[in-house]
Design a protein around this ligand. Structure first.
Ligand SMILES: [Zn+2]
Length: 106
């Protein structure tokens, strides 16, 4: 007499559906409004700070010549010319700034 293992338990073990291991966490809907408000607020603060900064410092270092006022030659490093973007003034007007360097007549 051989102990007959009942095959029903084996098939039941194989056929058991594996539970879904990873379930994406349900995102909280309705919280996006606060995030957008925060972004808008940050953008507004940044814009105000930028406007104030432009009024305080309307000029910036010329990026074309890196503040040297001269543009050096690429091939012959000893050669140079006046920077065309800033005209040799080594500075350029920031976007949004007005040219306030005009002579006022009193
Ligand atoms: Zn320049």
């Amino acid at each position: 007499m051989l102990p007959s293992c009942p095959p029903t338990s084996l098939t039941a073990l194989v056929l058991t559906p594996s539970p879904t291991p990873t379930k994406p966490p349900a995102e909280h809907h309705g919280g996006g409004g606060g995030l957008w408000l925060l972004l808008m607020l940050a953008a507004f603060i940044w814009a105000v700070a930028h406007v104030i900064s432009v009024q305080l410092h309307p000029l910036r270092t010329c990026r074309a010549c890196n503040g040297t006022g001269l543009h050096r030659g690429q091939l012959f490093t000893g050669t140079m010319r006046v920077c065309r973007r800033c005209g040799g003034t080594r500075r350029q007007l920031r976007p949004g700034a007005r040219a306030t360097t005009r002579h006022r007549h009193h």
